[in-house]
Design a protein around this ligand. Structure first.
Ligand code: ZN
Length: 477
């Protein structure tokens, strides 16, 4: 079917590029500037605009052609302040944050109920008492041992309890942080910008204390104020670097990472590390004077944390070029060892990636996971039928610092970041110089992929199903 699949062989340029990725570079200094100096960079914030200017300058200084592409966010959300306290039989102040797209409320005071894990059975037990009450929901502990699986589970559980609480007419949900030691975190409301339910996250220890008291029969009232800046139709910016192809410039190989972050920490594992890595890949290709056969684009996305928006808008703005996108790859799982790639349910893509990884075999072993994955910027390419990848990385400390105050520069494994950058560069260079390519999938093929996998559940968990189902996102022709 694809006779040229086996024809790819690594050449001297590949070896030079890999050596450059492993050698001296300003990649660590770049990451430190982005995280320590600019800090957390929520889409729509001043810090986010500083990050756009910073990334543009870095690429320009490296001699890479770079442009900015403005797009409209359907909505943005930024927390100004949150306060919550328990009163009644016992009084104490809660360490709390709001989930993005929680509505603002002023001193919303209501009885606090033990909502168990927020399942249908839990809400059945609460019955009519849930109406008008704050419902406190438990979550399983998420640490380095639980890792990414626990994180995906949390998205599914959250959709369940937020949906059940809405149906029960609850005043709001208070969910227990999955992290120990007073750490709170942010997680996008399960229904995205459509969410109307006040949603708090409180530290695990406070939640456990409140649950013990409730289970001892104490009566507790929760009073909370959430002040958030939610705006509609605000513009944001993707940063797109381009290295033109020598012989097939209209064929595009796109590698991306999101520039935006949440603001509790400084967005180091999620996702400054991969932004710095890709800037350095573009820098080294340019510094070495390497010329790819296909055009390379490095995309630094915005609006990822608020609904995977920047990459979605790119697929709209570049609609006429999508047939010529050979691959779109996304890097978004911190600094754990790259163990392979999610290849989206396309066995031919596994074969290509395997061959491009051969020059960095010493950094393996590698194992591709041929399943579609939702949750980062490959998503809109997937539902547009473009071959897409997500770097699959060892959990390391990604899940245990996810969207939390602890996601800071010191958490990044600098040596592994360099090794990962060599792996990314080898795969990028493989795609950029091979002649093999996979066809873009039709709407029928995309629907078949959804039917054959758990894609629909993943899409619902990340609040992107409706926009696919109503034709707003994805390929429908
Ligand atoms: Zn991310």
């Amino acid at each position: 079917m694809h006779p040229s699949l086996d024809a790819y062989a690594a050449d001297d340029d590949t070896q030079r590029l890999i050596a450059a990725m492993l050698g001296d570079s300003p990649v660590v200094e770049d990451l430190q500037e982005l995280t320590d100096t600019i800090g957390g960079r929520v889409t729509g914030s001043d810090a986010n605009e500083q990050a756009v200017a910073w990334a543009t300058d870095k690429l320009r200084q490296a001699g890479v052609a770079v442009s900015t592409e403005t797009f409209m966010m359907p909505a943005t959300w930024d927390e100004r302040s949150v306060s919550a306290r328990i009163s009644g039989d016992v009084e104490f102040v809660l360490n709390s944050v709001a989930k993005p797209y929680s509505p603002s409320v002023s001193r919303l005071s209501a009885r606090l109920l033990d909502g168990g894990f927020g399942s249908a059975a839990d809400f059945e037990r609460l019955g009519e008492s849930a109406a008008g009450a704050w419902v406190l929901v438990e979550t399983p502990l998420l640490d380095d041992d639980v890792g990414l699986g626990g994180l995906f589970g949390l998205y599914g559980d959250s959709r369940t309890f937020e949906t059940n609480a809405t149906a029960a007419g609850a005043a709001g949900i208070v969910s227990m942080s999955p992290y120990p030691k007073n750490l709170v975190y942010r997680q996008f409301a399960s229904h995205g910008a459509q969410n109307e339910l006040p949603l708090l996250v409180i530290e695990r220890e406070d939640a456990q204390r409140a649950l013990r008291l409730l289970r001892d029969g104490k009566s507790l009232t929760l009073s909370a104020t959430i002040d958030a800046d939610q705006q509609e139709k605000r513009s944001s910016t993707n940063v797109i670097a381009e290295i033109p192809g020598a012989s097939r410039p209209d064929e595009i190989v796109l590698f991306g990472a999101h520039l935006d972050s949440h603001d509790l920490g400084t967005g180091a594992l999620d996702n400054g590390v991969n932004v710095a890595m890709l800037i350095n890949v573009a820098r080294q290709i340019t510094r070495l004077g390497l010329q790819p056969q296909r055009t390379i684009r490095i995309a630094l996305w915005n609006g990822e944390e608020q609904g995977l928006v920047g990459s979605w808008k790119y697929t709209v703005q570049h609609k006429d070029e999508l047939d010529n996108h050979v691959v779109a790859a996304s890097f978004d799982i911190g600094s754990g060892r790259t163990t392979g790639f999610f290849t989206g349910g396309r066995p031919d893509l596994v074969r290509l990636v395997n061959s491009y990884l051969a020059p960095v075999a010493a950094l393996g072993p590698f194992q591709q996971v041929d399943a579609p994955v939702v949750g980062t910027d490959n998503y809109d390419f997937m539902i547009q039928g473009v071959p897409n990848l997500v770097a699959f990385q060892a959990d390391a400390n990604y899940a245990s610092n996810y969207h939390a105050e602890s996601d800071t520069f010191d958490k990044v494994d600098q040596q592994q970041m360099r090794l990962n950058s060599a792996i990314a560069a080898a795969v990028l260079w493989g795609f950029a110089n091979d002649t093999a390519r996979l066809p873009r999938q039709s709407n029928a093929e995309i629907r078949a992929l959804i039917d054959a996998t758990d894609l629909e559940t993943q899409m619902r968990n990340f609040a992107v199903w409706d926009a696919w189902a109503d034709g707003t996102r994805g390929r429908h022709d």
